[in-house]
Design a protein around this ligand. Sequence first.
Ligand SMILES: [Zn+2]
Length: 223
Amino acid sequence: MEIISNVHLIPANFVNMYLIVDPDGLTVIDTGMPGSEKRILKYMSDLGHSPADLRRIIITHSDADHMGGLAALKAATGARVYANKIEAEAIAAGRASREIKRRGLVGVVLGLVSGLIKTAPATVDEFLTGGQVLPVLGGLRVVETSGHTPGHISLFAPSVGVLFSGDSIVTGNGKLMPSRPGTTWDMDKALEAVRVQAALGAQIVCSGHGPVVKDAAGKFPQV
Ligand SMILES: [Zn+2]
């Protein structure tokens, strides 16, 4: 589904993956559950692109539902992989970057599920830090949004006002919400991450879970 020109949502069962089309090649943000590489490659093929057209894979954080398809997608495409250093170490080990506190129903269920999901380890080629700008969408800025996990990052494209928030902001019923407590590593940091992102001036928020939110400016939660 095209969100705006050259920015696509590749929907999966309960997690979002994004595909960006630039003149020099394609970029994927997050790779869904294990097996999702097939869905991404099919979407690219439907747009007329070959696997080799994928140049970059950016991972917001090392949870199984965001990096599950990474190893297979990298192998199929040869794309360069980008993530924060802390998350990269977890990705290399095929695990999450923090323990899921088994608190509340969501935490208990996710804690159990994350123990069952096997993710293939993958090598991150380049570590990202806040303020870094990638040559994507006329300049895709890395925003440090630690909280959901220790090294979580978001990506902001000022030229089009689009924020890719991973799990630092989830969406539902047209609303923007902080990372849910049951799956959050550090809630104080997670709320700070929301404040940082509210100040960016994003018009469109593309979250890891939930529908894309447009006209986002006034919708950031006061936390
Ligand atoms: Zn997550």
